[in-house]
Design a protein around this ligand. Structure first.
Ligand SMILES: Cc1cc2nc3c(=O)[nH]c(=O)nc-3n(C[C@H](O)[C@H](O)[C@H](O)COP(=O)(O)O)c2cc1C
Length: 390
């Protein structure tokens, strides 16, 4: 895509800011430690600033980190373990104090100890306490060597609870020098464009937002998955679907990491009961470990007087769709999967509370990986016709 088509190019400079932390010097690299004259995150920040026509603010530590990698890790590890807020330079503090009218914050950081450096946390505290993050759209980007965003997004949500988090960009250190294409692709994502428009107070056609969802196979889903609280919040939006009698004829069972062994056993046993040999049963077991998180979507068969079973099923299906939609709008991704294990009564018994319940599908959830395919425009004819009496 030509750079001029990047949506953020329209972003008025005084409403957007690229704040980033980056450290030059010796750094870990999967191919062997490297001496960096320019930090990886700075390179990505420069590309973001150029694409978005936004000014940059470097979060400079008051006390610089050593040039050596090991010595830096020792300090960073202690800062992380004690969740410290090391001081930012006085120039950085003045620049933060001068921020006004912020609507869009591109926030860049390297992943340190599985999250962002404590100077980034210090900046977020400062900005939040100054009321700068209320309703602001934050577009996070990071450079890393294998952790992806790690715990950074959940920590970001905690430290900026009143901001709107848009989908982020993950770049591997060695690709930071030639990241402009990845940056442009990120800024062109429908969900990112919509978030930016929202941040700027422009209305986004609802249908356009809804059209930005697509199913993502487990191989395109990376950590983090939403936490339990986030799942609850998203499920609550799914309760707004048409629901005759307000029965909420569905529920979601979150399968935490430790329970996936048990799910694997159930899959393997179900496959054996269906006649699979050892190899196939092991393959079935392996399905329990695909993707960052698995949820069971359970349809509850109970109805009430005047509510047909079909109506309850329609409500459950609508809720599933709305759940997937809200998941995507919150920056996560997922896919609804079925599979022959759902026909296994023992497996069903392990999840269902009574005769009327049925696990109808599995939902695999995570964060769209860097190589996740983009939604394609819908070109099929919509199944809408006019009935003229016969
Ligand atoms: C103190 C320290 C801790 C790190 N921890 C991680 C980590 O947990 N996961 C990871 O993928 N990379 C880790 N890295 C690698 C950096 O995230 C990566 O090299 C990044 O691109 C550095 O960006 P910068 O040059 O902008 O500082 C760490 C590097 C340092 C210096």
């Amino acid at each position: 895509m030509p750079h001029s088509e990047v949506p953020c190019a329209e972003t008025p400079g005084d409403q957007a800011l690229v704040a980033f932390f980056s450290r030059a010097g010796e750094n870990y690299c999967a191919q062997g430690n490297q001496m960096l004259a320019v930090g990886h995150t700075r390179r990505v920040a420069e590309a973001v600033a150029a694409a978005a026509h936004a000014p940059m603010l470097e979060l400079v530590p008051e006390t610089p980190y050593p040039e050596g990698y090991d010595a830096t890790v020792a300090i960073a590890k202690r800062e992380w373990e004690e969740n410290l807020r090391p001081a930012l330079s006085s120039e950085t503090l003045s620049a933060v104090r001068a921020i006004s009218k912020l609507r869009i914050l591109f926030l860049g950081f390297p992943i340190w100890c599985g999250t962002f450096p404590r100077h980034t946390a210090a900046f977020l505290d400062l900005a939040r306490e100054a009321g700068l993050l209320e309703g602001v759209v934050i577009l996070p980007f990071c450079t890393q060597e294998g952790s992806g965003f790690g715990n950074a997004l959940s920590e970001l949500a905690r430290l900026a609870p009143h901001a709107i988090l848009a989908p982020g960009l993950v770049v591997q250190g060695i690709h930071s020098e030639h990241c402009r294409q990845a940056v442009d692709a990120w800024l062109s994502l429908e969900a990112v464009r919509s978030a930016v428009s929202l941040g700027l107070g422009r209305s986004v056609p609802g249908a356009q937002l809804l059209a930005s969802r697509r199913s993502l196979k487990p191989k395109y889903l990376a950590a983090p998955a939403p936490g339990l609280e986030k799942i609850r919040e998203i499920a609550q939006t799914a309760m707004r679907v048409p629901d005759h009698g307000c029965l909420v004829p569905w529920r979601i069972a979150v399968i935490p990491g430790q329970a996936r062994e048990r799910l694997g056993e159930l899959y393997a046993a179900a496959a054996r009961r269906a006649g699979a040999d050892d190899e196939k049963a092991e393959r079935a077991r392996g399905r329990a470990f695909k993707g960052p998180m698995i949820l069971a979507f359970i349809v509850c068969g109970q109805t009430a007087r005047g509510v047909a079973r079909d109506e309850a099923l329609l409500t459950a299906g609508a809720a599933l769709g709305q759940f997937m939609q809200a998941l995507s709008l919150e920056g996560f991704g997922g896919i609804v999967l079925s599979g022959s294990a759902l026909e296994d009564e023992e497996l069903q018994k392990a999840f269902c509370r009574d005769e009327g319940e049925r696990v109808a599908a599995w939902i695999t959830v995570g964060t769209p990986a860097q190589n996740a395919p983009q939604p394609q425009p819908e070109t099929r004819e919509p199944p809408v016709s006019v009935w003229e009496g016969s």
